[in-house]
Design a protein around this ligand. Structure first.
Ligand code: COA
Length: 571
């Protein structure tokens, strides 16, 4: 089928659906929702048999839905309507939530139901629920709806006839999100901030300055003080007391500065937080304490988690990660599993921190060198076998960083974006020119980085970019990784495998030293950062500022290709 996606952006859910439908042989083209007339033009050019709207922020114009079946993905249970579906569900403490695929009509979210799925809720950020439970459910529901559309005789269920406990809810306003630090307990505040994370955050104030709060983590111990007091800092976050406990606030967006964007709390308030006591969490610790880095052992396997917000890795975070990794290497284990974070394994250098720097070019240079240093540590590890275990997505430099490990195991729902070109034609580093061709060969490597397309884990396995694709939810994935890592550590030929790894590295080094790969990559990156072509700086600015799209990239909009024509005989 020719399926047109009308979407606000090519976000993770859209990428997943795009990949799943293409894998089933459908011809999928994408048009960003820029204006009604541009959407109408796309429909006229592509002449889709079906339109799918995975992520829209506006209604589809009547000129389109009255002539084509348009399936809209709504992140809510049957009957739920409105633009803040997940926000209300999280704040209300819903135990079960869902995704409904309905047909667009004159009334927002009130069309006939083509498919619906439910899932148990988890205490997590809205963006995390969206990237995991919502994405999995939406994938099942859209695939079912597309099959039903193709099958003769299927009739979608009118909402009025559905058994529905969902209801129409308004846009959630900041008034509905407001925190009262003197009366709200920790769980309520966590739910309020989770319901607003990644967007729009909860409007509050810190140090008397208005700002939006994101990235909250409850703390097990409550230091002495009054609710609302800010008493410590850790990993860029601030510890704030509540009525019955305390919580870490990781990221904020200041409201007193035009064009401001999300930053780690201590970076957004450097002067105000300078005197706060630094309360580092031990790397090996009980579950109750929050911190970005965590190391644990199970038998002969060490697990290093780096839970960096949005998978972005600043210079300082890379350097802390290197120290943690050095610790992991010093342990009497055999295998080190690099777990990354639950939602993202890594998305490469920290574009927001770079944007906020006095010299973004210098900050980019420092950041890429810091991430390269970590990649080199992993590549040169000759004491352990290493595994990159991707529970969450990885993009740009983060996708190549994973290849520094000896084995790459990905959860089946993971999407990789192993390319840099979307960031202003960045050349990229992280030793990708060594790591990718070494795994997949030179031709395939050129194709993967050149075509700027998302690569779902099952396809990455076929392309030999990853070694295993594990079909399990996040908790099951962690268990399976632990089992496989333990088997690797106990393998009778472990010593031989380690020796083979050392020999291969030595051979590779003789053929072309790692330092040369790095120098060559960084010579290109230097031009991206300091050269006359500002594309990278422009792209980064728009990425961080979240500038609305004003066109759909040609590699996504098939119907805008010069040679595009509707297949003969098409309706
Ligand atoms: N630095 C800072 N923030 C980043 C980031 C990075 N490298 N990569 C992603 N983010 C942030 C986004 O701004 C967004 O922030 P929000 O919470 O305020 O909404 C959040 O992470 C999620 O990103 P989004 O693009 O919505 O997620 P996605 O899953 O749909 O797409 C990517 C994932 C990786 C394709 C996309 O985020 C991307 O292109 N990131 C840039 C990667 C990059 O170019 N890195 C630098 C070169 S190494």
């Amino acid at each position: 089928m020719r399926i047109l996606f009308l979407t606000h952006s090519f976000n993770s859910l859209t990428q997943r659906l795009f990949s799943e439908l293409r894998a089933r042989g459908h011809v999928v083209s994408i048009e960003f929702d820029i204006s009604d007339s541009v959407a109408e033009e796309a429909v006229a050019l592509f002449r889709p048999e079906l339109i799918v709207a995975p992520y829209l922020r506006r209604a589809i114009p009547a000129s389109i839905w009255s002539r084509h079946v348009c399936l809209v993905v709504h992140p809510g249970i049957v009957g739920d309507r409105g633009p803040s579906a997940l926000d209300w569900a999280i704040q209300a403490g819903e135990r079960e939530w869902g995704v409904t695929v309905l047909q667009a009509n004159a009334e927002m979210d009130a069309g006939d139901i083509w498919a619906a799925e439910t899932f148990p809720m988890r205490c997590a950020k809205k963006s995390s629920l969206y990237r995991n439970e919502v994405t999995e459910s939406a994938t099942r529901a859209v695939l079912a709806a597309v099959e039903r559309f193709a099958a003769p005789g299927f009739r979608p269920l009118p909402l009025a006839r559905a058994v529905a406990r969902g209801q129409l809810r308004p846009l959630m306003r900041q008034e509905d999100r407001r925190i009262d630090w003197s009366t709200d307990d920790t769980a309520t505040i966590v739910a309020k901030i989770n319901a607003a994370d990644g967007f729009p955050g909860v409007a509050d104030s810190l140090f008397g300055i208005a700002c939006n709060l994101f990235d909250v983590h409850a703390e097990a111990q409550r230091p002495a003080g009054t609710a609302g007091d800010i008493v410590a800092r850790r990993d860029g976050a601030l510890l704030r007391l509540t009525r019955d406990g305390a919580l870490w606030i990781g990221h904020v967006k200041r409201a007193d500065r035009a064009g401001s964007f999300k930053l780690p709390a201590t970076v957004a308030f450097p002067r105000e937080t300078a005197a706060l006591p630094e309360s580092a969490a031990p790397l090996m610790r009980d579950d109750g304490q929050w911190g970005e880095l965590r190391y644990r052992e199970q038998g002969q396997v060490g697990f290093l988690a780096f839970e960096f917000y949005n998978g972005a890795m600043s210079t300082e975070q890379c350097s802390r990660l290197r120290q943690a990794y050095a610790f992991a290497r010093s342990r009497p284990t055999r295998v080190i599993v690099l777990e990354g974070g639950t939602d993202y394994w890594s998305n490469g250098i920290h574009l927001n921190m770079i944007e906020a720097a006095g010299s973004p070019a210098d900050a980019s240079w420092d950041n890429i060198n810091a991430i390269d240093d970590f990649a080199r540590d992993v590549i040169e590890t000759d004491t352990h076998l290493t595994v990159a275990a991707l529970c969450g997505n990885a993009g740009a430099g983060g996708a190549f960083l994973a290849l520094a490990a000896d084995r790459v195991w990905a959860r089946a729902g993971v999407i990789l974006n192993p390319h840099y070109k979307n960031m202003g034609n960045l050349y990229g580093s992280e030793y990708w020119t060594y790591l990718l061709p070494r795994r997949v060969g030179a031709d395939r490597a050129r194709r993967i980085v050149g075509n700027r397309m998302p690569l779902p884990a099952p396809q990455a396995l076929r392309e030999e970019m990853v070694d295993a694709c594990i079909d399990a939810p996040p908790a099951g994935f962690a268990e399976e990784v632990a089992e496989r890592a333990s088997a690797l550590a106990q393998a009778p030929d472990f010593a031989a495998r380690l020796e083979a790894k050392r020999a291969r590295r030595a051979d590779d080094e003789k053929t072309k030293p790692l330092a040369i790969y790095r120098d060559e990559e960084l010579a290109n990156m230097r031009r991206n950062f300091y050269g006359f072509d500002p594309s990278y700086h422009v792209a980064r600015f728009h990425f961080v500022a979240k500038s609305p799209n004003s066109w759909t990239p040609r590699h996504l909009a098939l119907h805008r290709e010069l040679g595009w024509c509707v297949p003969e005989g098409a309706a």
